[in-house]
Design a protein around this ligand. Sequence first.
Ligand code: PMP
Length: 358
Amino acid sequence: MSWEENVRKVVPYTPGEQPKNRNVIKLNTNECPYPPAPGVKKALQEFDVDTLRLYPDPSATVLVDALAEYYDVKSSQVFVGVGSDDVLAMIFMTFFNSKNPIIFPDITYSFYDVWADLFRIPYRQIPLDEDFNIVKEDYMGKGIMGGKPCGGIIFPNPNAPTGVLIGLDFIEDIVKANPDVIVVVDEAYIDFGGVSALPLIQKYDNLLVVQTFSKSRAMAGIRIGYAFGSEKLIQYLNDVKFSFNSYTLNRTALTLGVEAVKDDAYFKEIVGKIVNTREWVKNELKELGFTFRDSQSNFIFATHPDYDVVEIFEELRKRDIYVRHFNGERIKDYLRITIGTDDEMNILIKNIKEIIKC
Ligand code: PMP
């Protein structure tokens, strides 16, 4: 027998390209085009490097407390991790242990099926309707599972990469209809136009709401994500985390994360700017003949009836403008364009015009 038979073989998630050249216009991984809050820079400059000889606080208390205060929940209702990817992976490991398949949309964050495969979790991908809407009834009652129980539910809101937002009533109906499994709402993009499901955690002990510092708080490079849930859910998550890696968030991340949470005015300012830019970019893209669902996130997922989007993608890349293209069957004719600064988006539009000769 070869050792290779016993390898945990997985097909890894493919992260968006991170070009070495810093002079590109980078609209391919939904990062924030603005720098982190000024207090973050100051705290980094004043950071006491000598403290790095010591392990960080394994409970990440300062950050957990800052988030609890900001979002008006108890610290025991907050879990933090190394980006929401880490938080989501812990959630999969902790709560998705049923023999029944977990369910999530067919067009969604492409890490969900990777974690499911990694952790040997059965799953079923539920098709969005033709307009990329989540069909609520599929996740309830007799639903698409024909009344058979599922092992858990996860979806982003707004969904990624479609940008389509659903309302709180919609989410509450799904959470209420599935009291025997954990429902996870991945709110990576909620700050760009949605209403968070956070208040529902006080009412339902089977709901987890996950957010990140990577988008609206402009700190993808520091890797901080967090989840809110009932005290019981957070306790279970921490038990698994402490059985896997106690020191997830490093000292710098804890210090800088707290600074980012403190500056609410800056947070609102940059989110507001991105939303404004998004709205005029929507108009420009429409004028160029692109079609897309109305995005409430920091990206637009667009197709064009007359042009091959892969050609546009490649031509933009030659001009050092990076957007994202996914190969999935239902989405291969779409480009996901992250909202950058006004200047970046003007350059993007100008170049698209040249490429499609408008
Ligand atoms: N969820 C969704 C829907 C995302 O698009 C992303 C970003 N790739 C993440 C979670 C993970 O983000 P991060 O680990 O940077 O918090």
